[in-house]
Design a protein around this ligand. Structure first.
Ligand SMILES: CC(C)(COP(=O)(O)OP(=O)(O)OC[C@H]1O[C@@H](n2cnc3c(N)ncnc32)[C@H](O)[C@@H]1OP(=O)(O)O)[C@@H](O)C(=O)NCCC(=O)NCCS
Length: 190
């Protein structure tokens, strides 16, 4: 089925970039939204680790009526030293949309915004892991051009396996491409 834009939603949502001044207003809602569907809840320190350093790579979708949180994406961007030369790797750490707003392109919009900002900041690639059973997430990322780079067996504490997905943003030498999105921790998990 062909989908049109998010006009399918009853009203247009507001998308904003995270800013530290929003912590008191939105961090509890961000944690609640993300932990709802997680097999392993993150501590507050994990959120602060990402938001303090890469708040500019976090986007919120808000319900304009009451400014309540509808969706969120949290990312980071840093050099990946195990490649030679090091690549600048974007990482999508968390993505969630409130269940009543799903299927309208909200997550797609959030992922695109994060990728646009990473591209502006010269990222070479964007990676993430998602549970192999998470069909909506797999479909969403593959529709946006992400490729499966490897399967991570029993990656999660619940015993489920994951896929490492990668989106290459720059032309890469095919001989070195096989190494992209691989790192030492991946090797141990194989
Ligand atoms: C995975 C998740 C973030 C997807 O959120 P979402 O807002 O429903 O995602 P989207 O609407 O962008 O895409 C989902 C579907 O809506 C469709 N869609 C509807 N309208 C659309 C539009 N205007 N633009 C793009 N896609 C649209 C997409 O085609 C897609 O369907 P498909 O996968 O069958 O092709 C959401 O299900 C969620 O929060 N899950 C729990 C947390 C989670 O699993 N996070 C991911 C961890 S990696």
């Amino acid at each position: 089925m062909e989908h049109t834009q998010i006009e399918e939603l009853p009203r247009e949502l507001r998308y904003i970039q995270y800013d530290h001044s929003l912590e008191a207003q939105y961090l509890p809602a961000i944690r609640a939204l993300i932990s709802k569907d997680l097999s392993e809840p993150y501590s507050i320190y994990v959120y602060r680790y990402f938001l303090y350093q890469w708040g500019h790579l976090c986007y919120l979708a808000l319900e304009p009526k009451d400014s309540s949180l509808v969706g969120v994406i949290i990312c980071k961007l840093e050099p990946h030293a195990s490649h030679s030369p090091p690549t600048l790797r974007g990482y999508i750490a968390m993505l969630a949309v409130s269940s009543t707003y799903r299927g309208h392109g909200v997550a797609t919009n959030l992922v695109k915004m994060a990728i646009d900002t990473m591209t502006q900041r010269h990222a070479d690639e964007v990676v993430l892991e998602t549970e192999e059973t998470n069909i909506p997430a797999m479909k969403l990322y593959e529709r946006l051009g992400f490729l499966r780079s490897k399967k991570l067996h029993r990656y999660y504490l619940n015993g489920n396996s994951a896929y490492r997905l990668v989106l290459l943003l720059k032309h890469v030498d095919p001989d070195s491409a096989a190494d992209m999105a691989l790192d030492d921790s991946d090797m141990m998990l194989r």
